[in-house]
Design a binder for this molecule. Structure first.
Ligand code: 0CM
Ligand code: SF4
Length: 337
């Protein structure tokens, strides 16, 4: 069996930064530090941090007054920030800078008097955070059908922003539907979809041309990971989202000559290795990495953690395979500085 690994795959700069923030906060302040929501959507990451003394909560009322509390990479509403301040928590913000960028953009659109539409998935923590960061009413639109149901005059000044981890193709279609519905519409096109999401979607699309089956390593609650599996399925290649090797069903790969593997932005490379080990238990496996885009993004840490040294960094950036071809970085990668 031939295994081809997508390039890029796995951890993005926002995930590396968020995990590093929890690690450094533990060193600086000692255990426990509290984390609101899974720091990123991956149970292996969460369990690793729990072992070091992090405690994960869904709501701030589970956190003792004054405790160190980290907001997850997905961001929080202004109500959560205010609640943390009222409870005198020592809040540290691990929201990805690319999510913060969407918050800022949404606030600017609202301040200019436009009705703001957020394209995203209901119930996702990033959507809850972004809606709660923009003053006034923000209308959530999840698909083209919902655009048709909007009860606003066609000449309403409207602006849209998007969740960072959407399908580029679906989002383009929703934006086109908004363009047909409103005469005065502004927005970032698909540029709110982050570089990591876009790059992993392009890579899996390329992988689909070579593979008989696609395995996406990631969690079922990870939006960007789900989008990778959808692209595989839409390309006509049987595609499965699994967290680790134990979830591999041998029947999926029984007749496959080429298995394509990618990983969501929150999935550790160890889990890719775990899945390859599970494939090896079924028979001989030859592993190669596809040529693809190299990523160099690196996001600054919060000032209070910059000089803190961790004992064992959990999230060292993965070195691309030597087959990977150099390619220019995308625009929003450059905000890393
Ligand atoms: O947003 P999504 O569900 O894809 O989150 P994740 O934790 O799987 O990936 C990293 C991020 C962000 C924001
Ligand atoms: Fe940031 Fe994109 Fe990574 Fe989310 S997936 S943490 S938005 S870089």
């Amino acid at each position: 069996m031939q295994v081809i690994l997508a390039q890029p795959r796995g951890f993005c700069a926002g995930v590396v930064r968020a995990i590093e923030i929890v690690d450094r906060a533990l060193v600086k302040h000692g255990a426990p530090v509290f984390v609101r929501h899974e720091i990123v959507h991956n149970k292996h990451v969460v369990e690793g941090l729990k072992e070091k003394g992090a405690r994960f909560v869904e709501e701030l009322d589970e956190v003792p007054t004054g405790a160190v509390t980290i907001f997850s990479a997905h961001g929080v509403s202004r109500a959560v920030v205010a609640d943390a301040s009222q409870r005198q928590l020592h809040a540290i913000d691990a929201t990805c800078p690319l999510v913060i960028k969407v918050h800022t953009q949404g606030r600017q659109y609202a301040a200019s008097g436009r009705t703001v539409i957020l394209i995203g998935h209901a119930g996702h923590p990033e959507v809850e955070g972004t809606m709660g960061q923009i003053p006034g009413k923000v209308i959530l639109v999840q698909n083209e059908a919902e655009v048709g149901k909007l009860e606003l005059p066609a000449d309403t000044p409207v602006a849209y922003v998007t969740q960072t981890t959407l399908s580029v193709d679906d989002t383009r279609n929703i934006i086109a539907a908004l363009g047909r519905r409103f005469s005065n519409l502004v927005g970032p096109d698909t540029r709110d979809i982050c570089y990591a999401t876009q790059n992993r979607q392009s890579a899996v699309r390329d992988l689909c041309k070579l593979a008989d089956v696609i395995l996406v390593i990631g969690a079922t609650n990870s939006s960007n990971s789900n989008r990778l599996r959808e692209i595989g399925t839409e390309s006509g290649v049987p595609s499965y989202l699994i967290a680790e090797g134990s979830e591999l069903d041998p029947a999926w790969v029984r007749n496959a000559n080429v298995v394509g593997i990618t990983a969501g932005a929150s999935a550790p490379e160890e889990m890719v290795e775990d899945v390859i080990a599970a494939l090896r238990r079924l028979g001989p496996v030859e592993v190669t990495t596809m040529a693809g885009r190299e990523e160099h993004a690196e996001f600054r840490l919060p000032a209070e953690l910059v000089d803190v040294k961790t004992r064992a960094p959990q999230a060292a950036p993965r070195k691309p395979g030597k087959e990977a071809a150099a390619a220019p970085v995308t625009a929003n990668e450059n905000i890393a500085g």
